[in-house]
Design a binder for this molecule. Structure first.
Ligand code: A2P
Length: 273
């Protein structure tokens, strides 16, 4: 049910859905670690977004629900909406959100927005998607969108987490994409997934900024160092990661763009506190 005036039958009481908000149903929940989980909800027929955008979501558990920005992890053609979330102890939203189950209601504001979209980048040979933790979410959307492969020859998704177990969502996703009948054909040989870990032993170790500055990222991938003629960048992670990665890309001569002024890299903060 998605009407503004609709009433949601909550667990404890009825909840009047505010204007400008969709009330959608949870269709699946998967927990990866004690800090990370994924969930999917029904998609309202009238809801349109560009792959890479975010929306505000909340729960019908209070008279004035708490809303937080969540990147949509599913592509714009998908019939459901997927989110990948952190669990924050005592976090005003995630404290409750981490307990959701299939059949529960999620509130979603009707207007999506964001700068991690293909439109905000100039065409190029290669697009790098730099993510840490749940910052992989908007890229989970973009790497499933055929438009990304129409615009770029190569798509390099980097994902850095503290521990190996936190890489699982991205690893399963990329494996699924490569076997997908629709996107698999486009992604095969062109989508590359580079994982690194900072607080455990792993084949690839270190922060993405350090791996770029030492040149290890490029030698591991067998590509030339980032240059503004060929390469484009998208960044999503914590505020500190965004600032440092932005500085690194600027060091390679890339320039920050926006929806109304496409350039060679874009940035979005996608963390829920
Ligand atoms: P580190 O373990 O060295 O802090 P978090 O969960 O804290 O957001 O971190 C997710 C990943 O992002 C971790 O691997 C972390 O590395 C890395 N990270 C944190 N801050 C930065 C930064 N300023 N630049 C690059 N990577 C960062």
């Amino acid at each position: 049910m998605s009407d503004a005036a609709a009433i949601v039958q909550g667990k404890e009481s009825e909840f009047a859905v505010p204007t400008g908000v969709f009330a959608e149903t949870v269709t699946s929940v998967e927990h990866y670690t004690d800090r990370l989980f994924k969930f999917r909800i029904t998609r309202p027929a009238s809801f349109r977004f560009r792959s890479g955008e975010f929306v505000m979501i909340g729960l019908p558990n209070a008279e004035k629900p708490v809303y937080r920005a969540y990147s949509i992890a599913s592509p714009s053609w998908d019939e459901e909406i997927e989110f990948f979330s952190i669990k924050v102890q005592d976090g005003p939203l995630t404290e409750h959100l981490q307990k959701i189950q299939v059949g529960d209601t999620i509130l979603m504001r009707k207007k999506p927005t964001g700068t991690l979209v293909n439109d905000a980048l100039l065409p190029g040979k290669r697009v790098y998607m730099f993510s840490t933790g749940t910052g992989i979410a908007p890229f989970a959307s973009l790497i499933r969108d055929p438009e990304t492969y129409e615009k770029f020859d190569e798509v390099i998704l980097t994902h850095t987490c503290r521990e190996v177990c936190e890489l699982k969502y991205g690893q399963e996703l990329v494996a699924e994409i490569l076997n997908d009948p629709l996107v698999g054909e486009m992604a095969n040989g062109r989508l590359r997934h580079y994982c690194s870990v900072t607080r455990e032993d792993y084949e690839f170790k270190g922060r993405i900024t350090d791996l770029m500055e030492s040149g290890k990222l490029f030698s591991d991938l067998g590509v030339p160092p980032i240059n503004p003629e060929e390469d484009r960048g998208m960044i999503c992670g914590s505020m500190a990661m965004l600032n440092d990665t932005k500085e690194t890309l600027e060091g390679f001569g890339l320039v920050e763009g926006a929806n109304n002024k496409p350039a060679t890299f874009v940035v979005e903060r996608a963390f829920v506190d």
